[in-house]
Design a protein. Structure first.
Length: 357
């Protein structure tokens, strides 16, 4: 190279990178029409790593610190380049800086439900979302796998790939854990640790270190959540027969309040339900709803009841020798509306005026 060419060429004395904005992972030092002279200074700040690439091959990697570039600093380049040429720089290399700061608050989530096997429900489709953080740990592996020779490589460039990686490994972690969905939803911290163990090797292959992984929520699709709520409700109800009788008891006043034929039919249904409830209460309070056995004489012979029998429809002053049909109230009936005793032939209730059928 002539002297004029030497003066036209610029030489670099200081190589450094000051991050001007967030989200930059890799940055190539501008080398257009410039060469690094012997004895130049390289400054690598904390949270940074520097990589020298010579003719497409990685020559050296530098940790944080200040370096004077020479034969002692770059022994590999000493063998690659010719140092004894006048006005020729031995460093015709590219210098890449990498940010090793932890990239926090990176969100992940399942766009579509993930189907997994479950001990309780058989097959379950669930959704999940949370946060994770990572950093560049091996700049050479990261450059070879992700950033390449681009002038600038940002977090936004790698995030879509990492999110897909998280979702795929999350499905594997759920399948291998064999933990029921209800237990996973109740212990998201342990679930996050299990997924983190599955993801760490995959991140390492990309030159990244997974710093943390958290699961904020596990949920079912809306239609499955309704089924789960129904099952929880059934478990809370307990005995289905008791719950049915309870609902029937609540329906009695509603059915009786209906007007027209529906009210009559509803009242009949309510009375039937009331009979069921009465029987259940008798069973609970009287030992099964059965009438107590009649008293027996010392020889085991039943003792006849004392006094004349009284029927359900007998008036208090009825004679003892009255016919059984009359004692039972054969000439009377109950009003279908107010329940008062009225003559059987009456078409209207004298108390409430209700029509009788």
């Amino acid at each position: 190279m002539g002297l004029g060419g030497f003066f036209r060429k610029q030489f670099i004395d200081v190589i450094q990178w000051t991050e001007s904005e967030q989200g930059v992972l890799a940055w190539r030092f501008p080398m257009a029409d410039m060469e690094i002279q012997n004895g130049a200074s390289l400054t690598v700040r904390e949270s940074q790593l520097a990589v020298f690439v010579n003719e497409g091959r990685v020559a050296d990697t530098f940790q944080p610190g200040r370096y004077t570039l020479g034969t002692q600093t770059l022994p590999l380049l000493t063998n690659l380049m010719n140092w004894d040429k006048f006005f020729e720089s031995p460093f015709k290399s590219d210098v890449y800086f990498f940010s090793t700061r932890v990239q926090t608050a990176q969100r992940w989530g399942t766009q579509n439900p993930v189907t997994i096997r479950d001990k309780d429900f058989g097959m379950v489709r669930l959704r999940a979302f949370g946060m994770y953080s990572w950093r560049v740990a091996d700049p050479v592996a990261f450059m070879q796998a992700m950033s390449g020779t681009r002038e600038e490589y940002r977090v936004a460039d790698v995030e879509p790939h990492l999110k897909n990686l998280v979702v795929s490994r999350m499905s594997e972690a759920f399948a291998q854990s064999a933990v029921p969905f209800l237990d996973m939803a109740a212990n998201t911290f342990a679930v996050g640790k299990a997924i983190e163990a599955q993801l760490a090797p995959a991140f390492k292959e990309l030159g990244l270190a997974l710093e943390s992984f958290t699961v904020e929520n596990l949920s079912l699709p809306e239609e499955l959540q309704k089924r789960l709520d129904e099952r929880i409700g059934m478990n809370m109800v307990g005995n289905l027969g008791d719950y049915t009788r309870f609902q029937a008891a609540q329906a009695i006043p509603i059915a009786a309040a209906n007007e027209g034929g529906g009210g009559v039919a509803g009242l009949g249904a309510g009375l039937g339900a009331g009979a069921i409830i009465g029987q259940s209460m008798a069973q609970a309070m009287g030992g099964g709803g059965q009438a107590p056995p009649p008293p027996t004489a010392p020889g085991g012979v039943p003792t006849p009841p004392s006094g004349p029998p009284t029927g359900a429809g007998m008036s208090p002053g009825a004679p003892a020798d009255a016919p059984a049909s009359r004692a039972a109230g054969a000439d009377t009936k109950f009003c279908m509306h107010c329940g008062k005793s009225i003559p059987r032939s009456a078409k209207f209730c004298p108390e409430c005026g209700g029509t009788q059928e």
